[in-house]
Design a protein around this ligand. Sequence first.
Ligand code: VGL
Ligand code: ZN
Length: 223
Amino acid sequence: MNSRASYPISSQVLDAAWRRPWGAAGPAENSRRVKGPTIAASDALIIVDPQNDFLPGGTLAVAEGNRIFTPINALSPRFPRVYVTRDWHPPTHAYFQEHGGPWPYHCLQDTPGAEFSPLLDCSHVDVTISKGMDPATDGYSGFAGTDLAERLRADGMRRLFICGLATDYCVKATALEGIAQRFKVCVIVDAIAAVNLAPGDEKAALEAMRRGGARLIVSTHLR
Ligand code: VGL
Ligand code: ZN
């Protein structure tokens, strides 16, 4: 597969993602000597669903969700354009358990659970994209039913650096759809976190993104 050939470091980053070397103190593996991509004028940072309901205390909490904010807040001032998506559901959405779907109520429009986490520094966000409004589709991808692709193209963006929540749903769907939309896609593994309904979900999602052509990177490798 040429994704592997073009990105020789990717398998090391995948290993690092299982071992989770990033902690408060910062890991030896995150040495600046490792060369990651250099941020360019056509690079977009896409922050997926950094919302209260996906964080500890929320209705669909990702256990390790809060760890994404240190790397995200450090990166956002360095990108030429920053896009944030938000899950923005009507209560009638078919995938809520109340209507026979898989999920508890979360990110209902105009509720505190749908607000961005106070841990997110929003001062460098250029564009907010709302998704998941159509009650008939899952709306996991930031591209689903939105004008994200058009906005990115109009802004001259060609490569997407994806972070946020959750690895196994909206991050994965957004990364794979970004590739399908002909963008280059990098996923920042220390700036995402998984729901892990089943224990292997996170690993499977990372592998699916890599197989699909996404480059997995660590935030501190970016130059
Ligand atoms: C998400 C489940 C339901 C996500 C959104 O942001 O990953 N997951 N809605
Ligand atoms: Zn949702």
